[in-house]
Design a protein around this ligand. Structure first.
Ligand SMILES: NC(=O)c1ccc[n+]([C@@H]2O[C@H](COP(=O)([O-])OP(=O)(O)OC[C@H]3O[C@@H](n4cnc5c(N)ncnc54)[C@H](OP(=O)(O)O)[C@@H]3O)[C@@H](O)[C@H]2O)c1
Length: 269
C-alpha cells in the first residue's frame, strides 16, 4: 500500500527537498505551508497535496491534521518548520522570544499531539522532527534557537517511552549547515552595540562551503522514516557529525572552552 508523509514547512529548503524525494519514491505527500497559493512546483507533482498550515495556529493545526487523515492514513509526520532567532538575549523582545518558541518548539509539540490518536489507532507511525546540530551543541548568541532545538531533543527522548507502548517511533534529524536560504530568509538576527565585537568574531563560524545540500539531509530523513528502527537521533551532514563526535569525545566543559577559544580573541575559560 502507498505510504504517506505529512510535512510542515514544505515551501522551501529541506521541507521542499523532502517532499520531492518522498514523492519520487512513490509516497503520497501532504506538503503543508503557510501560503500554498505561492507554490509553483509541488502543486504540479502527482500524489502531492498542498495544505495550508502555520504551525503557530492551533486551529490550523487541527484543520490540517483532520484534512490529511480524512484523505487516508498517514505513516510519517515530519515536523520541519522552523527559523533561527539569534542575538544577545537582552536585545531580543518578548514578542520575538514567544514567536520562536511557538514556531520551533510548540509547533512541533502541537502537531505531534494532534497525530497521536491516529497513530495509536493504527499501532504504527513515525514522528521525525528537524532539530539541528544546534540541538546537541551550543553556539554563542544562539540561546533562543538552542532552547527550542535542545527542547525538542529532550522532549523526543521522553516521548519515545509513552509512544513506544503503541509501536510509534519518534526521532530527530539533526543537520549541521544546510545550503538553503535559511540564513537569508529564516534568520532573525538581533544585535546590541555592547556585543558588536564578539558578534563580528562569531560571523567567521559560518562557512557554507562545508554545508550539506538539502537533498543530502532529505536522504537522512528518508532513512529515519523507513529503517524500521526505534533509533532516536540521526545526526546529518559531515560537519554535524564531526562537531558532535568532538563533543562526545572531550565532553561538555572542554567542548565549550574549545569553542570559545576558537571564536573569540579574548575568551576566558
Ligand atoms: N539551513 C540550515 O543551516 C539548518 C541547519 C540545521 C537545522 N535547520 C532546520 O531545518 C529546518 C528547515 O530549515 P531550512 O534550512 O529548510 O530553511 P528554510 O528554507 O528557510 O525553511 C524554513 C521553513 O519553515 C517554514 N516556517 C517558518 N515558520 C513557520 C510557521 N510558523 N508555520 C509553518 N511554516 C513555517 C518556512 O515557511 P515560509 O516559506 O512560509 O517562510 C519554510 O518552509 C528548520 O527547522 C531549521 O531550524 C536548518
Amino acid at each position: 500500500m502507498q505510504k504517506a508523509i505529512f510535512i510542515t514547512g514544505a515551501s522551501t529548503g529541506l521541507g521542499r527537498a523532502t517532499a520531492k524525494l518522498f514523492q519520487s519514491k512513490g509516497w503520497k505527500v501532504i506538503a503543508t505551508m503557510r501560503d500554498p497559493s505561492k507554490e509553483t512546483e509541488l502543486n504540479h507533482l502527482s500524489n502531492v497535496t498542498l495544505v495550508k498550515l502555520d504551525v503557530t495556529h492551533q486551529g490550523q493545526i487541527e484543520e490540517a491534521v483532520n484534512k490529511a487523515i480524512s484523505e487516508g492514513p498517514i505513516d510519517v509526520v515530519f515536523n520541519n518548520a522552523g527559523y533561527g532567532l539569534i542575538g544577545p538575549l537582552e536585545a531580543i523582545s518578548d514578542e520575538q522570544i514567544t514567536k520562536e518558541i511557538n514556531t520551533n518548539l510548540l509547533g512541533v509539540i502541537r502537531v505531534t499531539k494532534a497525530f497521536i490518536p491516529h497513530f495509536k489507532a493504527r499501532k504504527s507511525g513515525v514522528f521525525i522532527s528537524t532539530t539541528s546540530l544546534g540541538g546537541l551543541i551550543a553556539f554563542p548568541f544562539g540561546s533562543l534557537y538552542h532552547a527550542t532545538k535542545w527542547g525538542i531533543e529532550g522532549w523526543t527522548e521522553s516521548m519515545s517511552f509513552e509512544l513506544g507502548f503503541f509501536n510509534i517511533a519518534i526521532k530527530t534529524v539533526a543537520p549541521g549547515g544546510i545550503q538553503t536560504d535559511f540564513a537569508t530568509r529564516s534568520l532573525d538576527p538581533v544585535t546590541h552595540p555592547d556585543y558588536n565585537a564578539p558578534w563580528e568574531e562569531m560571523q567567521k563560524l559560518f562557512n557554507p562551503a562545508h554545508w550539506s545540500t538539502p537533498g543530502q539531509i532529505a536522504d537522512v530523513v528518508y532513512e529515519a522514516a523507513t529503517d524500521g528502527k526505534k533509533q532516536l537521533l540521526y545526526v546529518a551532514g559531515a560537519d554535524a557529525n564531526a562537531s558532535y563526535q568532538r563533543r562526545l569525545e572531550i565532553g561538555k566543559e572542554a567542548f565549550r572552552i574549545e569553542m570559545g577559544q576558537n571564536i573569540f580573541s579574548n575568551f576566558e575559560a
